[in-house]
Write a protein that binds this ligand. Sequence first.
Ligand SMILES: NC(=O)c1ccc[n+]([C@@H]2O[C@H](COP(=O)([O-])OP(=O)(O)OC[C@H]3O[C@@H](n4cnc5c(N)ncnc54)[C@H](OP(=O)(O)O)[C@@H]3O)[C@@H](O)[C@H]2O)c1
Length: 263
Amino acid sequence: MNRTNGHTLITGASMGIGKAIAEDFASRGENLVLVARSKDRLDALASELSSRHGVEVRVCSEDLGSEGASGRVFAFCREQGIEVGCLINCAGFSFTGSFTAIPEEELRQMAMVNMVALADMTRLFLPAMIGRGRGSIVNIASLAAFQGVPGMGLYSATKSFVVTLSEAIAEEIRGSGVRVFAVCPGFIDNASFYDRAGHDSKRILVPISTPDVVVRAVRRGLASGSTVVMPTLFDRLMVFTQRFMPRRPVVMIAGFFAGAGEK
Ligand SMILES: NC(=O)c1ccc[n+]([C@@H]2O[C@H](COP(=O)([O-])OP(=O)(O)OC[C@H]3O[C@@H](n4cnc5c(N)ncnc54)[C@H](OP(=O)(O)O)[C@@H]3O)[C@@H](O)[C@H]2O)c1
């Protein structure tokens, strides 16, 4: 019997954190639906995980930055008779540089992938979970959600959206048997993420964790009742100390440590 009672659908599963979560879930016997654009990577991962762990892994290649993408993923699951017991919204990306340097299309894509697709996937998959009285939705946010980060302004704002939305829905559905929570990692060692963002990771002045730290935080979140999960003690301390500081220094310090401003 699958531990999450149904398939676990992971967006952004082709690499980085989403791929690490997929590997962990498959190793625990979970059947999966993998979503991202890179079909070749997803197919390769699916065949590796199914042959190594004997789980069923379906691939749904979709551009979550395109109009109606979440609806197509939802329709794929319905047509294939897949019951999604756990949804992990992990797809996302960043842009590093001054806010006015962001190209219009980049701004729209980030809003679509980091916010609209995540909200739409949640809207589509949540009702059936509530109907069954069980299920989980895990939204991968970021430590950047807790203050604006100069040099990563749009990204930090999209991640604030993720935390705010997760908190509100968690309260709306309390008692339904379904969990919604946000996981808020600090910097994670992952070249693809920084390359995509144009972020020189050598300029980051805080500890950088490995993706398995996020995997463990997802597991911890699933086992607990928390609505916002911080992967490390450092992450928790960063957010806790903000309570005793005025906002401007909080924002300045975040930008300084992120090393995301002008070179
Ligand atoms: N790395 C960090 O330091 C860090 C820290 C905190 C939070 N996070 C968050 O963790 C999540 C995963 O990040 P990561 O480090 O694993 O980055 P990554 O290695 O660049 O992976 C991003 C994933 O999102 C998918 N994706 C991007 N655009 C997409 C689109 N338009 N449609 C469908 N899928 C798309 C990518 O797949 P395709 O390119 O194949 O589509 C890939 O699977 C993100 O939400 C990120 O904001 C990362």
